[in-house]
Design a protein around this ligand. Structure first.
Ligand code: TXA
Ligand code: MG
Length: 332
């Protein structure tokens, strides 16, 4: 049974004690719910991969209560120190591990780099302080499914597979953190997310967008089909076809039997916060109504729109074959 803990002092203390014993505890961050384990405990981290059905070559993000604690485990440079101004916040930095880094190698999937982040959720920060160790936490969903943005979504994905979920309500940002690779001479955007590229470039100058072809394994979570609902999704819809549900942005296309509006007033921040909950709701509603697809209206490719469009493209990508392609299907 998975225990639901209230995010009060007693609940945070219980969650911290469970994590210190090697337990699996999901907790809310400002982006999405994470599935946490003590990052220095390889056995606990192994349980994360098992609970999610996640391929072991997909590395996890380490969460810290402050930049100073993160930079004790990875080698920071002037760019990383500048970007730390964004912390606490939805930014993940990939940096070289320090030689004495106590984080289990499994956490970073054996790579010589480690992804680190300081989340902005006050309850998550209180939990990290109470544990006193880095917490490895991927999004708290089964591998390849839409990330959870409230405690009920976490239970729908992982009930019975994890020890507890610390319920801190719904996540205000709603898309995952921006992942930036600073391990080379050129900063590379590995995943658009809750911090805009504009905000990052204002601090450190130009960033290479997108991963070079063939370099997907630098961030295996970037594989095309990753955030997959059951229904097929048609992008940039300007009309509605028979049997389609509508994912709207701004004034909706008329005539949809079922619709979810990411933001009636075409606000990207509101749309990001509602994206995953909306996809979950629409997916289930479309099945109930016997529909056969989702038409998604276009979202502008600026600011948080980069992250929203990235997740929509992945949700729309063809799903890997169910058999004979075990490695790929495990990514979904
Ligand atoms: O907002 C978030 O980032 C959430 C919350 C819980 O913090 N976490 C999250 O974790 O989205 P996850 O595991 O679902 O996504 C982590 C991404 C993956 O695409 C992974 O491949 C990449 O970060 N990543 C982790 N460590 C890496 C490394 N050393 N080098 C390159 N990519 C890395
Ligand atoms: Mg994920």
């Amino acid at each position: 049974m998975t225990e639901v803990l209230r995010a009060d002092e007693a609940g945070i203390a219980r969650a911290a004690a469970s994590l210190r014993r090697g337990g699996l505890v999901a907790f809310g961050t400002e982006t999405v719910y994470g599935l946490g384990a003590d990052a220095t405990n390889a056995a606990a981290v192994a349980r994360i991969f098992a609970a999610k059905g996640r391929p072991r070559f997909n590395p996890l993000i380490c969460h810290y209560p402050a930049a100073q604690a993160a930079f004790a485990h990875v080698a920071s440079d002037h760019r990383a120190r500048r970007l730390a101004a964004i912390w606490p916040g939805p930014l993940t930095l990939v940096l070289p591990r320090r030689a004495d880094c106590p984080v289990a190698l499994l956490t970073g999937a054996g790579l010589d780099t480690l992804a680190v982040r300081v989340p902005a959720q006050p309850i998550a920060l209180a939990l990290l302080r109470a544990v006193g160790r880095p917490i490895a936490a991927p999004s708290a969903n089964r591998s390849g499914r839409v990330s959870p943005t409230d405690a009920a979504h976490v239970l729908a994905e992982l009930d019975g597979r994890i020890d507890a979920v610390l319920d801190s309500g719904s996540c205000p940002v709603g898309v995952e953190s921006t992942v930036l690779d600073l391990s080379g001479a050129q900063p590379v955007l590995l995943r658009p997310g809750g911090v805009t590229l504009e905000a990052i470039e204002a601090l450190i100058g130009p960033v290479l967008r997108g991963v070079a072809p063939g370099a997907a394994m630098r961030s295996p979570g970037m594989l095309a089909s990753h955030y997959a609902p059951e229904q097929s999704i048609r992008l940039n819809a300007t009309d509605l076809r028979p049997g389609e549900a509508l994912l709207a942005f701004g004034p909706p296309l008329p005539g949809a039997p079922v619709a979810f509006n990411l933001s009636q007033r075409a606000d990207l921040t509101e749309a990001a916060a509602r994206l995953f909950a909306g996809l979950r709701w629409l997916d289930a509603a479309a099945v109930r109504h016997g529909l056969n697809g989702i038409a998604a209206m276009a979202v502008p490719e600026t600011g948080l729109g980069l992250a929203i469009n990235d997740r929509l493209r992945r949700a729309a990508a063809p799903k890997p074959a169910p058999t004979g392609a075990e490695d790929l299907s495990a990514h979904r």
